[in-house]
Design a protein around this ligand. Structure first.
Ligand code: ZN
Length: 585
C-alpha cells in the first residue's frame, strides 16, 4: 500500500458514493451472475500455462552489524524414513513460513536444515535393508530433499550430518568442552550380544516399554508412548542382531557433566526465555529438566556409524546422536559459508530462531546450549524457540511403522495444489494443543475458506480490471478517497500490524486468520460499494477498484510466507514482477 493512501487528507466532498446495501435478493442475483460471468479466455489460458520459476537466491549472506540478523533452523529430520505431514508441519514448514516472512521484512536471514544421518537408527535400517549405512542415507536424503522442494520449502542450505566437515566441527567442539573439564569417564553396564559379539547401543535392543507396555519399544525410545528410554529399562530385552537375550557387561563411556554446568544453564534459560518470548510450554519443559536436577548424560555409544570419539581407548565408539545432531546446524551452515562463525559466534548481532516438535525441546534449550556453553566460547544461543504439539491422522496417530497417514511422497501424487496443503496444515498448526488431519475438514477448509474468500476476491477484482479498465490497475489520488475508504484502509492497516506482531512470536494460525479476515473485509467492501450497479459514477468505480487492487497486493504479500506460489500467481496477474518488502511505518 502506498503511503499516500495510508494518511489521506480529508477529501473534497465528492459525489456521494453509492452505499446502498444490496438486498438479499440482489445479493443472490449477483452471486449467480458472478458464477456465470467467467474471466476472459485470455486470462484462463494464462492460468493454464503459468509456470512459476524460482528466482535464483542471492549469495549466502553474512550478518551485518546495522541490520536485524536472523538465523533460522528447523529440527533436522532423521534420515531413515519418509516424512509424514505431521513431521512437515512441526519443523520445516513452520520454519519456512518464518524464513519467508523474515525475507519479506528485509531481515538479513539464513534458513538452515538437513538430514540427521548418524546413530543406531540408520545402522539398524541398513542391516534390515542389507545395505551400507551411507547408501541408506544417500537414498533417503534425496527423498527428503525432493519432498521439501515439492512443498515449496526454501532453505538456504539443506545439508547432511554424514559429511566430513560435520565430524571435524563436532570433534572440535568436543575437544574444547573436554579441555574445560566438563566431560567425565564412567563405566556403565550395557547390553552385549554374545552371539554377534557386539555391544548393543540404543535401537539394537528391543523389548517391552516399562511405561505403556508396548511390545515394540526400542532401546532409546518407545514409539507407542513417545517416552525416551535407556536399553536397560526395557522389559524382556532382545538383541536386534541375533534375537537372543543380551547379557549385561561393563562398558566405558564419556558423560557430559551437566551438574557442573547447571549454574550457566539456569542463567541462560531464565534470561533467554524472557528475551526470546519462549512459549510457556517450552519454559515449563526446560525448567522441569533443571528442577529435577541436571545429571551427567552419556554422550558416547558403542556403534560404528557416527562421529568417532577422538579419545584414546574410544576407537570403537561414536558420539550419541543427540550430541552431534544439533551441531549439524553449525556444520550445515559451514557447508555453504566458510565464515560460519560470523553467524554462530556472534550473540550480540544474531538472533537464533529454532523450530521443532515439543519432544525436542530439552535437547535445544538444555543439552545443546550446555554443550556450547561448555566450550567457554561465546556462541549464538537460542533466541526464540517455536514448538508444536502433535497432529494426529483422522482418529489415531500418524505412524511410520504402520504406514498410517499421509506421507510427503503421497502428496506429489495427489491432484491438489501445494498451496492447499500448506494452507490446511498451517491453519491447523498444533500450536496450543494437538490437532487432527481429517480429509473432510481438509476439503471443507479448501472449498469453503480458501477458494471463496481470497479466491473470489482476486478473481472478481481481476475480472473488473480486465474487462472494464483495459487491464490497467487504476491510480488513485489520495484526495479522491471518500471517508468510508479511509476508514476501511485504517482497519486493514491495524490488521497488518497485528499480523506482524503475531508472526514475531510465531503464532502462525493467528496470522493466517488475520489475512482471511482482511479478505472477508475486502469482499464486504466490494459488496457494500456496489459499483457494478448501473449509473455508478465512473470515478467512484475507479477509486473502489484501485483500493481493492492495492488490498489484493497486500493480501498476496501477507499470504506469501504461507502459500508462496498462490501469491506468485497474484503478483503475476497484477504485473508485479518484484514485490516490495513489507515495511509498515
Ligand atoms: Zn511406551
Amino acid at each position: 500500500m502506498n503511503e499516500e493512501k495510508e494518511k489521506p487528507q480529508q477529501s473534497k466532498k465528492q459525489k456521494k458514493p453509492q452505499q446502498k446495501k444490496p438486498t438479499k435478493k440482489k445479493e443472490e442475483d449477483l452471486n449467480r451472475k458472478n458464477k456465470r460471468d467467467d474471466l476472459p479466455a485470455e486470462y484462463l489460458e494464462k492460468v493454464k500455462n503459468l509456470k512459476l520459476t524460482r528466482l535464483p537466491r542471492k549469495a549466502h549472506p553474512l550478518p551485518k552489524s546495522d541490520e536485524r540478523n536472523v538465523l533460522i533452523t528447523s529440527a533436522l529430520p532423521y534420515v531413515n524414513n519418509v516424512p509424514h505431514l505431521g513431521n512437515l508441519i512441526g519443523c520445516v514448514l513452520s520454519a519456512d513460513v518464518f524464513a519467508r516472512y523474515a525475507r519479506l521484512r528485509g531481515y538479513n536471514s539464513l534458513y538452515i536444515c538437513g538430514t540427521d544421518e548418524n546413530g543406531t537408527a540408520t545402522q539398524v535400517k541398513a542391516i534390515k535393508e542389507k545395505k551400507e549405512p551411507i547408501e541408506v542415507c544417500d537414498y533417503y536424503h534425496k527423498i527428503h530433499a525432493q519432498i521439501y522442494e515439492n512443498f515449496e520449502i526454501e532453505f538456504d542450505n539443506f545439508g547432511r550430518t554424514s559429511k566430513k566437515l560435520h565430524d571435524e566441527i563436532v570433534q572440535d567442539i568436543f575437544k574444547k568442552v573436554n579441555a574445560q573439564g566438563y566431560f567425565e569417564e564412567k563405566t556403565i553396564e550395557q547390553y552385549y550380544d554374545e552371539k554377534a559379539k557386539m555391544a548393543l547401543a540404543d535401537r539394537f535392543v528391543l523389548g517391552e516399554c516399562p511405561h505403556c507396555g508396548s511390545a515394540e519399544a526400542k532401546g532409546d525410545q518407545c514409539d507407542g508412548c513417545g517416552k525416551l528410554l535407556n536399553p536397560i529399562d526395557l522389559i524382556n530385552p532382545k538383541s536386534f542382531i541375533s534375537g537372543d537375550t543380551p547379557v549385561l557387561k561393563d562398558s566405558r563411556h564419556l558423560f557430559l557433566n551437566l551438574e557442573s554446568l547447571a549454574p550457566k544453564i539456569e542463567h541462560f534459560i531464565s534470561t533467554a526465555s524472557v528475551k526470546g518470548k519462549w512459549t510457556s510450554n517450552s519454559v515449563a519443559i526446560s525448567n522441569s529438566w533443571v528442577q529435577n536436577g541436571l545429571q551427567s548424560r552419556c554422550m558416547t555409544r558403542d556403534l560404528t556409524w557416527g562421529v568417532s570419539v577422538p579419545v584414546e581407548g574410544f576407537e570403537e565408539k561414536c558420539f550419541y546422536v543427540w550430541f552431534d545432531a544439533p551441531i549439524g546446524y553449525i556444520s550445515i551452515t559451514a557447508e555453504i559459508i566458510p565464515e560460519w562463525r560470523q553467524w554462530w559466534c556472534n550473540p550480540e548481532n544474531v538472533e537464533l530462531w529454532q523450530f521443532m516438535g515439543k519432544d525436542n525441546v530439552p535437547f535445544h534449550t538444555v543439552l545443546f546450549p550446555a554443550t556450547l556453553l561448555g566450550t567457554g566460547d561465546d556462541w549464538t544461543l537460542i533466541h526464540h524457540i517455536s514448538t508444536t504439539e502433535y497432529i494426529n491422522y483422522e482418529t489415531g496417530k500418524f505412524s511410520k511403522s504402520n504406514s498410517r497417514g499421509v506421507f510427503g511422497d503421497h502428496v506429489a501424487e495427489m491432484p491438489f495444489p501445494i498451496s492447499a496443503w500448506r494452507y490446511y496444515l498451517l491453519s491447523n498448526r498444533p500450536e496450543q494443543s494437538d490437532s487432527v488431519f481429517n480429509w473432510d475438514d481438509f476439503r471443507n477448509r479448501v472449498n469453503l475458506e480458501l477458494l471463496p474468500k481470497p479466491g473470489n476476491l482476486v478473481q472478481r477484482v481481476l475480472k473488473f480490471v480486465y474487462t472494464k479498465l483495459d487491464k490497467k490497475v487504476p491510480v488513485v489520488k489520495k484526495e479522491e478517497l471518500d471517508p468510508v475508504d479511509v476508514e476501511f484502509l485504517k482497519g486493514i492497516k491495524e490488521k497488518i500490524l497485528n499480523y506482524c506482531e503475531s508472526m514475531e512470536v510465531t503464532r502462525m494460525r493467528e496470522c493466517l486468520k488475520i489475512v482471511m479476515d482482511i479478505c472477508a473485509d475486502c469482499n464486504k467492501f466490494m459488496q457494500d460499494m456496489s459499483i457494478w450497479e448501473k449509473g455508478t459514477d465512473e470515478t467512484r468505480k475507479r477509486v473502489v477498484l484501485g483500493v481493492m487492487c492495492n488490498c489484493i497486493r497486500i493480501v498476496a504479500c501477507l499470504f506469501e510466507p504461507f502459500m508462496p506460489s498462490f501469491s506468485a500467481k497474484i503478483y503475476f496477474f497484477w504485473g508485479l514482477r518484484e514485490v516490495k518488502m513489507m515495511r509498515f511505518s
